[in-house]
Design a protein around this ligand. Structure first.
Ligand code: ZN
Length: 183
């Protein structure tokens, strides 16, 4: 069991540090990644998580590959199986020392929540498209462009690494007992 920190915890407000690239394959960093997967799997509605959310002030976030499925497909699979096992089966994308780039000027006002700011939801203006360059769990350089949910996740998660929470940017904040998608 890995605890996900809630708003108010100091670790969520720190600027996280870069991971030395030569340490990515070390037992220490691999343990952080394993803990992040456990924490994310424990949340039925979670699709992404940043290391500061488990109290580790390093520039790392992971995204469930379930976030890449089309929303219709997601619901279908959720009906078939337990969400947790769907996430475990699909696996995760890992972004270490991510740099956000090519954020489109075109923005959309999107519903957003956060596993560390429960049970609040709000509307956040995010670029419709974004790209990230980073290192994966094996220390290989990766670049990925995204639109839709994944682009939103890139922006939400890189904010976490700078100590920014979505509530800093959100309008129309409200409590929602039945959570939708959180990260
Ligand atoms: Zn979050």
């Amino acid at each position: 069991m890995v605890t996900i920190l809630q708003n108010g915890a100091q670790e969520l407000r720190k600027k996280a540090e870069e991971v030395p690239v030569e340490e990515i394959r070390s037992a220490r960093i691999q343990k952080v990644l394993a803990d992040m997967r456990v924490a994310l799997e424990s949340q039925d509605d979670g699709v992404a998580l940043a290391a500061p959310q488990i109290g580790v002030s390093l520039r790392i976030f992971i995204v469930s590959k379930a976030a890449l499925l089309a929303p219709e497909k997601l619901t279908e699979r959720q009906k078939e199986k337990e969400w947790k096992s769907v996430k475990r089966e699909l696996g995760y994308l890992t972004f270490i020392n991510p740099v956000l780039s090519r954020c489109s000027r075109e923005k959309a006002l999107l519903d957003e929540g956060c596993l560390s700011v429960r049970p609040l939801y709000g509307k956040v203006k995010r670029s419709k498209k974004a790209a990230v360059t980073a290192y994966d769990e094996n220390g290989r350089k990766v670049a990925r462009g995204a639109s839709g949910l994944l682009a939103q996740i890139f922006q939400h998660e890189t904010d976490h690494l700078d100590g920014v929470l979505f509530i800093d940017r959100a309008t129309n904040l409200r409590e929602l007992p039945t959570a939708r998608v959180g990260s």
